[in-house]
Design a protein around this ligand. Structure first.
Ligand SMILES: [Zn+2]
Length: 163
């Protein structure tokens, strides 16, 4: 059994959960970017360092690291940091996300981050990687968060205002 199987790697669901990580994506570069970001994580309380890398549709890669706070609930996840950096730089559509942790096992995004990722595309792939080699999990936003709350469910918000 491979590490990916051991940790519940999702394989090939389409439409509903679109998985099978696209080969055209430079996963190695994204893992490297997320790993570098992780090194800057501010996680003095949990010591659970996380890095995330987000590939925008224009080829740019945005990264984030978790940023904890002495007031625990104020901590921010790496994925949301990456999303914020991307949005600040004008990116809106994403092709892939990588989340890197130390292990053991691949850690997928928390529930809150799943909803935030879903805001920008329900079907892009999400790869979680454990740096100790104990797990790789290929999934997608849709597979991680089926039946996500969708901006389209806000009838008063038209396309123009969402952009
Ligand atoms: Zn999170």
């Amino acid at each position: 059994m491979s590490a990916a199987e051991k940790h519940g790697s999702v394989s090939a669901a389409k439409e509903d959960g679109s998985v099978s990580a696209p080969a055209s994506i430079d996963w190695g570069a994204l893992v490297a970017a997320a790993t570098a970001a992780r090194a800057n994580a501010h996680a003095p309380y949990s010591r659970f360092l996380v890095g995330a890398a987000l590939l925008a549709d224009d080829g740019r890669v945005f990264v984030g690291a978790n940023c904890e706070n002495a007031a625990y609930p104020l901590g921010l996840c790496a994925e949301r940091g990456a999303i914020s950096a991307a949005i600040t730089a004008g990116a809106r559509r994403f092709l892939a996300c990588v989340v890197v942790t130390g292990g053991p096992g691949a850690a997928s995004p928390c529930g809150g981050c799943r909803q935030v990722l879903a805001e920008f595309g329900p079907s892009f792939p999400v790869r979680s990687v454990a740096l100790d080699g104990s797990g790789v999990l290929d999934s997608s936003v849709a597979a991680l968060l089926p039946f996500a709350f969708d901006p389209a469910q806000l009838p008063m918000i038209d396309e123009k205002r969402r952009a």
